[in-house]
Design a protein around this ligand. Structure first.
Ligand SMILES: [Zn+2]
Length: 271
């Protein structure tokens, strides 16, 4: 009865904060009103916000875990992060980590593409205390590409972001959450000290610092869904390694990639 529950660390993974379709769908766009309500809940519950690098120090045993930890992360670097999300983060005194696609920063989108943050917006986010991490150079599935391309995506993106921001970039998030032993080794060799996957599971102090588990927040997750995650009931605890079906899915994607030699687009999960 009195067993201490294992400490859970919800790492929330948002994409767009707005009512625009991104990647052709509204599924990953959380409305600004809902986002406000969700962050108000974090405040109300007196959660301690951490950046991913701060949490990585905990996973390495270099820092203690604060009480009631929570992490807010954003993938893909949409401009609404500065326009809509930042004022809400400020209002509730919360920090976050933003993973941006290096080659898209400040570049005008193609006619059917999505817009990106520009360098001034990234600096504004950073000035407030949002950690900026790399979400690769061009958002490809890294476990399906050649070694030289992998270097560009992992090391090249870091260089672009560090040059543009004038600061060190030490955290990485795998596009689509896809990674393999070779990808994780390349991320470590490039000098990153942490990396986020997805897993749709709750992180905990024994989690893998190069595959930190996150939960995708969808348009209909709602404040009740966030409350369940804070209670540690909305998702399972992260497990070590990969499920067999994850390996099978990678084998299928690799085979398809060899046949089509095209970057995956349709049917990809977010992140
Ligand atoms: Zn992404």
């Amino acid at each position: 009865m009195n067993q201490q529950p294992r400490m859970v660390v919800p790492v929330l993974c948002y994409h767009s904060i707005g009512d625009e379709r991104r990647d052709g769908t509204l599924r990953w766009s959380v409305s600004p009103g809902d986002f406000d309500e969700q962050l108000a809940l974090l405040r109300e519950r007196r959660r301690t916000p951490m950046t991913v690098s701060g949490y990585a120090d905990v996973l390495r045993g270099l820092a203690p875990l604060p009480p009631r930890p929570v992490l807010v992360t954003f993938d893909d670097g949409f401009p609404d992060l500065a326009e809509a999300a930042l004022p809400v983060l400020r209002r509730y005194g919360l920090t976050a980590t933003a993973y941006v696609i290096a080659a898209r920063v400040g570049v005008a989108p193609s006619p059917d593409g999505d817009p990106s943050l520009d360098w001034d917006q990234l600096r504004e986010l950073r000035g407030y205390g949002v950690e900026i991490g790399s979400h690769s150079r061009s958002h490809r599935a890294l476990d399906c590409i050649r070694r030289a391309e992998l270097q560009q995506e992992i090391t090249g993106s870091r260089r672009v972001l560090e040059d543009g921001l004038g600061t060190r970039v030490t955290s990485f998030a795998y596009p689509y959450g896809y990674h393999s032993p070779a990808v994780r080794t390349a991320v470590r060799a490039a000098g990153y000290s942490s990396a986020c996957g997805v897993k749709n599971a709750l992180s905990h102090p024994e989690d893998d610092v190069f595959a930190i588990a996150r939960v995708l927040i969808e348009r209909d997750t709602g404040v009740d869904g966030i409350a369940a995650l804070l209670d540690g009931t909305g998702r399972p605890l992260a497990w070590r390694g990969e499920h067999l079906r994850t390996r099978g899915w990678r084998a299928y994607r690799r085979a398809r990639h060899l046949v089509h030699a095209a970057r995956p687009r349709q049917g990809q999960p977010a992140s």
